[in-house]
Design a protein around this ligand. Structure first.
Ligand code: ANZ
Ligand code: ZN
Length: 802
């Protein structure tokens, strides 16, 4: 019998689909299990070999859970709004919806060819009006709860995408998507108040099982810090308030810095004598990204504000004010008190502008370098704080400032509100109208979905408005409250909108009354295991936790957190160890692999490729090795003997393999699970036969990894009734899993001389005899007198000689 992967794989994919083998049930007496992978953006390039790494990994978990008796929800869908499709549509004069449809068809066919056990009856598509109706509904709820608001603000503007980017989408000063320059522009934007959830997003990380590196990245992104605000009187009369994490260093302040965008500059325009210089600096600063501005390495620049200064609140001394781009308007109060002795950026600035440096925490030589490691230092030159340690000084000064009414304790977060509008076509319309009388008014829920109208051109306008703005018929409407003429919002939602709640829709995807029915939500929430890329840790993962918490607060979902457990896979690199990309010419096409070697080989290979969490290079030799393993499994049918039990001689090997595979799947150690199956096949092959019961167990263990070939062998040899994929998972007995040999270290006078494999239950005398019989040991003790012989069971023999 020849192993014909193409025939076999097609056959089983059709059978599973026809019989709904992997459909989840919303009414089941079984315990539920919800496995989720990040749904793809259906790009024109089709599936990448990186996609199946995540999908196969959780497919294996899903398949194992079904075999363990769970009602499993393992769904798939399309995160299909977004710029690449829109840009393609503009270039090729086609509707983005038809591009999307075509791309989805291709992706779906590719995914199905991999034998992934998705419940396709629950497929969703974020661009489908029956889906985005609920994205719009959630937006309206956010609006009604004052968590969506409109604000004039300086935003990141991608000069090439002609589009506003969230801070998260600006990486290293350039657009994350296209790599073009990002500048600051003032625009009126819809914002979502994720900052209101900052503390809870931080605290509730304790409720979930995420890898440490994911939790750490989220914590850093949220960036909670504690300190104080201090009000500095100015010669202009206004109080200049700063945020500092080091109020203890207040006596060390020798100058102040305001961000170039600080509103006081306009306010003080009449008093500032060097306004031209200041304005020129403001223009320069607006061209830089926050990232560039705050880099420590960035050369310090700034301009002194002539005409206004600050009076130190404790010493009464006059202190100059500068503007400099290293202070950001969007953080704290947009102004700082500079303490050059103990802050690196302030120190560099002070050196450059020859400003005084006053040491206030003892420990370094602050003329030579800033002393920032102040943990154990004692306060000096600091009036009422002298002699205190830093922590005591922080406390004392904060209560002192509070008492005097010139300061207060303050907690700050790095997290910013989420810029939620895009001036582009291919996104969810924001369901708001603007009325002269009533202001911003949400559409009545009965009018949802607000469907994207057809436009003639998808090009963004040169003014930066969305192409929808040109659709006057659509834009002009009436106010749902007062009936007077009103204008629709023409901005659309960002790409992150649809993915912020999609996992809920899978629970009840055809519901037209609600985003999902209450019973379905109560039953399936939370997702039990969610796998996705590390690159989504600070964007998607945080955004969707925020929306979920909000939905929890308004009583829609039953849990405060959406995902009980999160894991993250490493990237698959090109054969040369570099990131796969067209330009590097190292892209592997999954279709070609599936067609030549089969989906089972591809799946097995991607799981065998190395540590799941780490990046791994593609290897053609590795693929061939996995194919050979599957053929060896297939050929077991040639040595099959009609015995319905496991033979004694291989019983231990089987129980150990069951245990290993059972446990390794839970920790995503797929490479070692597969290695255990490879070793089991060796053990069995060496006996020259396999019994039906042995083949049955082996088939079930292999089934989650290579399901098509497992089903075929199962059926061809009538190993049981129904799909192999739905059989109970094999059980092992702990007692039969014990290692029968152990490695023993042999020492002579405490020095390691040899390692021996001995029976695990060997007696002391036999172990010592075996050690002495070893060639290296015999040489080492030759002609010497043995003083002592020690055997530590299962570990070590030590011979003391002289
Ligand atoms: C005085 C001081 C002395 C500071 C010292 C630090 C060390 P994190 O931990 O990131 O919250 N800062 C405040 N607002 C800023 C802004 N808008 N742009 C740039 N820098 C700003 O850091 C808070 C510290 O960063 C604050 O404490 C302030 O400098 C600076 F030895 O104040 B510190
Ligand atoms: Zn109105």
């Amino acid at each position: 019998m020849k192993y014909e992967h193409q025939k076999i794989e097609k056959k089983w994919q059709e059978k599973w689909e026809a019989q709904g083998a992997f459909h989840a049930s919303n009414t089941s007496s079984k315990p539920k299990y919800y496995t989720l992978v990040e749904f793809p953006y259906p790009s024109g390039q089709g599936l990448h070999v990186g996609h199946p790494r995540s999908y196969t990994a959780l497919d294996i978990v899903s398949r194992k859970r079904r075999m363990q008796g769970y009602n499993v929800l393992f769904p798939m869908g399309w995160d299909a709004f977004g710029l690449p499709t829109e840009n393609y549509a503009i270039k090729n004069h086609v509707h983005p919806a038809s591009v999307t449809e075509k791309n989805i068809a291709r992706f779906k066919q590719q995914l199905q060819s991999l034998g992934l056990s998705f419940d396709w009856s629950r497929e969703i598509n974020t661009t489908d009006p029956s889906y985005y109706k609920w994205t719009q509904w959630i937006f309206i709820q956010l609006f009604k709860h004052h968590l969506a608001y409109k604000k004039e603000m300086a935003v990141n503007w991608c000069t090439s995408c002609k589009c506003v980017l969230a801070n998260e989408e600006v990486v290293g000063g350039v657009c994350e998507r296209c790599g073009s320059e990002v500048v600051r522009r003032v625009k009126s934007q819809w914002m979502l108040k994720i900052t209101e959830y900052a503390q809870r997003l931080l605290d509730d990380l304790d409720l979930v099982d995420y890898p440490d590196r994911v939790k750490t990245q989220q914590r850093n992104w949220i960036g909670r810090s504690t300190g104080a605000e201090v009000d500095f009187p100015t010669t202009a009369g206004d109080l200049l308030t700063v945020y500092t994490t080091r109020p203890d260093t207040l006596y060390g302040v020798t100058y102040m810095v305001m961000s170039p965008e600080h509103p006081f500059i306009e306010k003080w325009a009449d008093r500032i004598s060097n306004l031209d210089e200041i304005r020129a600096y403001q223009t320069e600063a607006s061209k830089k990204s926050d990232f560039e501005r705050t880099e420590v390495a960035h050369d310090k620049t700034g301009i002194r504000i002539e005409g206004v200064s600050v009076l130190h609140p404790l010493t009464g001394k006059e202190v100059p004010i500068f503007i400099s781009d290293y202070v950001l308007v969007s953080y704290g109060t947009g102004a700082i008190m500079a303490v050059p002795a103990h802050d690196t950026r302030d120190w560099e600035f002070a050196k450059k502008f020859s400003l005084p440096i006053i040491e206030v925490v003892q420990g370094g030589n602050v003329e030579e370098a800033p002393f920032t490691d102040c943990g154990t230092g004692i306060l000096v030159n600091s009036g009422i704080l002298n002699g205190l340690c830093v922590e005591e000084a922080k406390e004392k000064i904060t209560s002192y400032l509070t008492e005097k009414g010139i300061g207060r304790a303050k907690v700050n977060f790095k997290l910013r509100d989420w810029v939620f509008s895009r001036q582009r076509y291919w996104g969810e319309p924001i369901p708001i109208v603007k009325c002269e009388t009533c202001g911003y008014v949400p559409l009545p829920e009965s009018e949802l979905p607000l469907v994207l109208p057809d436009v003639e051109s998808y090009e963004p306008t040169d003014t930066g408005e969305s192409p929808l703005a040109k659709m006057t018929d659509w834009v002009q409407t009436t106010c749902p409250v007062c009936g007077k003429p009103a204008m629709r919002e023409t901005d659309t939602m960002p790409q992150w909108a649809g993915s912020s709640w999609y996992f809920l829709r899978y629970m009840d995807p055809h519901n037209s009354e609600a985003l999902a029915g209450k019973e379905a939500l109560d039953y399936w929430t939370p997702v039990d295991w969610y796998n996705g890329g590390m690159e989504h840790t600070t964007l998607h993962l945080l955004y969707s936790r925020f929306w979920h918490k909000f939905l929890y607060d308004i009583g829609v979902v039953p849990t405060p957190e959406p995902y009980a457990k999160r894991t993250s896979h490493g990237m698959i690199l090109g054969e040369n160890g570099e990131k796969m990309s067209k330009s590097r010419g190292n892209v592997v096409n999954p279709d070609a692999i599936v067609s030549e070697y089969g989906a089972d080989t591809m799946r097995l290979y991607e799981m065998f490729i190395g540590d799941f969490e780490k990046a791994a290079p593609w290897s053609s030799a590795g693929i061939k090795g996995c194919r050979r393993f599957i053929e060896r499994y297939w050929n077991l049918q040639n040595i099959l003997v009609p015995q319905e039990t496991v033979r004694k001689e291989v019983e231990g090997a089987f129980h150990k393999a069951i245990k290993k595979v059972t446990e390794d799947i839970e920790t995503l150690k797929y490479n070692t699970a597969i290695a255990a199956l490879m070793s089991l096949i060796n053990t069995v092959s060496n006996t020259g036969a396999i019994t039906r019961e042995e083949l049955r167990i082996f088939t079930l263990l292999l089934c989650p990894f290579a399901p098509h070939v497992a089903e075929e062998v199962w059926e061809a040899n009538a190993l049981g009734t129904g799909f192999a994929s739905l059989q109970p998972w094999p059980q092992y007995e702990e007692a039969l899993c014990r290692e029968d040999t152990v490695e023993i270290a042999v020492q002579v006078n405490g020095k390691l001389r040899a390692r021996l494999n001995l029976a695990a239950d060997i007696q002391a005398a036999d172990a010592i005899a075996a050690a002495k019989a070893d060639g290296k040991i015999a040489a080492a003790i030759e002609g010497k007198q043995t003083v002592k012989e020690i055997y530590v069971p299962g570990k070590l023999v030590n011979l003391v000689v002289k």
